[in-house]
Design a protein around this ligand. Sequence first.
Ligand code: C2E
Ligand code: MG
Ligand code: MG
Length: 754
Amino acid sequence: MVTSARAPIAEQHEVSRWDRARAGLLVPIVVVIVVAIVCIIVAVLALAQRADTVEFRREQQLLRQAVADRDARLLREVESVIARPDAATAIGNYDRQWVARNLGALLQPFFGDDVVAVIDGTDKVRYARFAGPRDPAAADLAAELADSVDLLRGRLKAVPGDVISVISIPDLSKPGQRTALIQRFTNQPALVAAVAVGSNVEVAGAKAGAPIVVAVKYIDSNVLRDIGRRLQIPDLRRIDGAPATGDEITAIVGRHGGTIARFAWRPFRPSREIIASVLPFIAVAIAGFALLLGLIMRYMRRTTQTIAAGEIRLRHLALHDPVCGLPNRLYFGERLESVINEVRRGGPSAAVFYIDLDHFKDVNDTLGHHIGDKLILNVTRRLSRVMRGDDLVARLGGDEFAIVTICASDSYSLQAIAGRIIAAVCAPYAIDGNNIIIGASIGIATIDRRARDAADILRYADMALYRAKNEGRNRACIYDAAMDADLSHRKLLEGDLLQAVKNDGLDAAYQPIVNASGDTVVGVEALARWTHPTAGEIPPADFIPIAEHSGIIVELGEWMLRRACLDGAGWPDLTVAVNVSPLQFRRSDFVELVERILAETNFDPNRLELELTESTLLGNLETAELSMLRLKAIGVRFALDDFGTGYSSLLYLRRFPFDKLKIDSSFVRSIEKAADAAAIVHAVVSLGRGLGMKVTAEGVENAEQHLFLRAAGVHSMQGFRFGKPVPAGAISARLASPDDYRVGSPDREIALAS
Ligand code: C2E
Ligand code: MG
Ligand code: MG
């Protein structure tokens, strides 16, 4: 099989187109999935962070509350000590012994306070005891404790801005009973609880304040460890500088913004737990998405592969011939366009060979389509052998092939290629026991840089093909510009011919048909004649093909039949032969037409002879036979015209009820030149006789042919020797005085000539 090495069909393109479509669908899916995953992760992280913040605020709140609670406890401890019945008197009188014994107990080991002091009604420190060595910063103890004392004495309008009171003070303007402050004490954060003992007392005659017992507890590591343990806040400590990384800090700040204490601790971060608990689910979700994506991709890949394969198959079917697998007309057009473009860009010249098989239709009709298909396959193989690998061989239609090839554009090279093609195609084929011979006509159009488009090139090749067929088949013609003129000339003629047929512009000529001795006219053949108003006489060889090609032949044939019947009425002893074209004969109303014309003209059907060629019978054996039988039934006779030029099948002779066989003039002409032609004529004559047919020889021009044919047993003859086609009047004249037209005896003439 011939394929194209440079086929413009890139099937991979189809796949990549699907890949692109797949990518176009996949990308949004992937983007949506990734965005969804990112959103989930961001949401989880935000939630975790929020949880951390809430937890930090909670711990901060708890811590502050715990410090305040510790201060309140300190206050309750002091109150519990001074609640003894003898406490008011002993402290009021500053009983040193009592104070040292009972208030000292506020210190280690019972309550672990750091400082215990008693302040008298005039705010003097009457007693002070420190848990450890006295802090030098506590030199002015009264000043350090001034805030508590002033609050208890009712001297302040508000709680000082750099301390925090952990209990509410109902009325600041009146002397109070108790205070619990968080404040800086000797430059350290401390809890200071102060309780006024009894009511105000007289001191040295003046109304002095009640004595005040004060306990101070530093917010030190012990206090913080204790709070941390209770609140489960690990590593709680006081800091002054920057915290360690990962630690949280909080500050206890006075109303005026002064920092009293800063604490740091290792915070509990619920985010870690949240993330740790959510992470497996996210991982599962991601894995699920990935799996889903994989499944979608696999499904899409399979689907796209199936679709792409289907498309490739469809495209192949759309672009190739189903019988022989060759590229079809569409594919050929594409390739031709690309070759034209290459040539225009400066590539080497190329040519199109338009091949038409002669007699392919005959094979199809007589031997069946399966043999026809096999023949096409054989032709395909042969063409592929003749052409190079990178030539494109295509089947354009039933019996039409075309080749586009890169080749030299001189006529010698082109004819050489065409010669090879014709030789290959015309060699006999042996298919299923049938020996088949077909012919090939080729039209060649060269592609040069001025070439316009594929349609033009194909039209040129088609014109050249038409010329090749007209010039006698099995030959190749190269397109030249004159053919264009020829085509337009033919188009013009076609119009004029139609007018001539419609307006009685044709003539009928009659050629005598004589008996074997040549002395009696036994019949005439009606032949169409056309005298063009300007171009003069146009031979039937020119206008009959135009009429057949355009369909005008149907009306022309009808006109001729009527004319012949009308003219033939004057020659009651002659048979009138009329040519019938295939197109005309195949019409369903042909039989009715003949009957109608016979009736119209009152012509004796027994004197009418219809001449058919083998091609007339092709394709519709059944209907052809039926039509013939119907006409024969009313007396019409049939002659097989031009026998020997067509398929010359015995089948036609046996199957169809022909009355006469007309040996083509080409055989008659070659009698003298080729011995086998003479043998064939002999054979045909005896064949015709054997089948009960009369045999007529056409184109008899000289005495030698006449003698030979008469000897061979031909019944009647036709040719210039006995009379050229002439108008009806001339036939009548000849019949009136037959002696004026008598030809001599061929034996005598030959004897005289020699
Ligand atoms: P045909 O039917 O085979 O007609 C015989 C042709 O041979 C005629 O050519 C005739 O003039 C020519 N001829 C006869 N004797 C001689 C001879 O001795 N030497 C030479 N060289 N030629 C001879 P014509 O009239 O040119 O017609 C050619 C063909 O055109 C006919 O071949 C026939 O096939 C076709 N034709 C003519 N008239 C009609 C028609 O009315 N209808 C149809 N369908 N075809 C027609
Ligand atoms: Mg004829
Ligand atoms: Mg003939």
